[in-house]
Design a protein. Structure first.
Length: 292
């Protein structure tokens, strides 16, 4: 079982699945948004290709003493991953005609930022840098881009970009971004040792594990405050508040149990697993609400 779990996570299939669940939840919580299968399918394919590319890009240049378990797994199965990426790109090209030109144009900024997370695309006075090299920015970049794709993409694909900034939808986007920020900060804490060796100025390397966790907890509380505000604006607000409350309690519990010595696999299972729980909770709430 452990071997299968490692393969699921290290191959990036798990992160692609959870982002697909996040996208599906957006169709549930936004009234009148028509479900279109090709958007979650594209999120799955695109995220699998993107995350796998991040893992493979210049992996041979990582010093041996900085290779984590995920790097060693990727090196072992590099050829299989390349074939899987090629197949995913082929399927995405078949799906592409389902989108109109405007939707494709608005996805491009997220694609550029995502690529620039690993490839030096940012011109600075010190030369070209990656977006992840911006001090303290890693979790924020991930949470904004993931929210833009899993919430913004379903919206602007149907209603145009302006719809995302309306009074009814932008608070939902903000809630999504804050939640993802809260569960992404722990990965900064996980990577504290490697990031120190790489000379990256991250939340963890700047403030340390303990203070970094405290900052993460502040973000968790701010997210829940935003979630409570949204709940009070909705019908069946007590049920929605309870849904968010359960997720909030689970996130707090995960933070309380988190240790610097955790294996990287546990970080993925716990905090990426929370994204799945969050998505499923929203989907189930919407389904039960529609049946009532």
């Amino acid at each position: 079982m452990g071997r299968q779990v490692r393969a699921l996570i290290y191959s990036n299939v798990f992160v692609a699945v959870l982002l697909t669940f996040l996208t599906a939840s957006s169709y549930e919580i936004v009234d009148s948004l028509e479900e279109r299968w090709y958007v979650p399918a594209s999120i799955f394919l695109g995220s699998f290709v993107l995350y796998t590319f991040h893992r493979l890009y210049k992996i041979d240049f990582i010093p041996k003493d900085q290779l984590a378990a995920r790097h060693l797994w990727v090196l072992k199965y590099a050829n299989s991953l390349k074939y899987a990426m090629s197949f995913a790109v082929f399927i995405q090209l078949l799906i592409l005609p389902s989108f109109d030109a405007d939707a494709i144009v608005w996805v491009i900024p997220a694609a550029i930022i995502s690529a620039g997370y690993t490839i030096p695309l940012l011109p600075t006075s010190n030369g070209w840098q990656r977006f992840r090299d911006i001090p303290l920015a890693k979790p924020l970049i991930i949470s904004i881009v993931a929210s833009y794709l899993t919430f913004g993409f379903p919206v602007f694909e149907q209603w145009g970009m302006n719809a995302l900034f309306t009074k009814s939808l932008f608070p939902l986007f903000t809630e999504r971004m804050l939640f993802l920020l809260a569960v992404t900060i722990p990965f900064d804490l996980r990577d504290i040792s490697n990031d120190k060796h790489a000379g990256l100025n991250t939340l963890a390397t700047e403030f340390g594990f303990k203070r970094g966790r405290q900052i993460g907890l502040v973000v968790v509380v701010v997210w829940f405050a935003q979630a409570c505000y949204l709940s009070l604006q909705m019908e069946n607000n007590l049920q929605m508040l309870l849904t968010y409350g359960v997720v909030f309690a689970l996130v707090l519990f995960a933070y309380a149990k988190m240790k610097e010595a955790w294996a990287e696999l546990r970080y993925s299972l716990v905090f990426e697993g929370l994204i799945v729980i969050y998505s499923v909770a929203l989907i189930l709430f919407s389904r039960f609400h529609s049946m009532a």
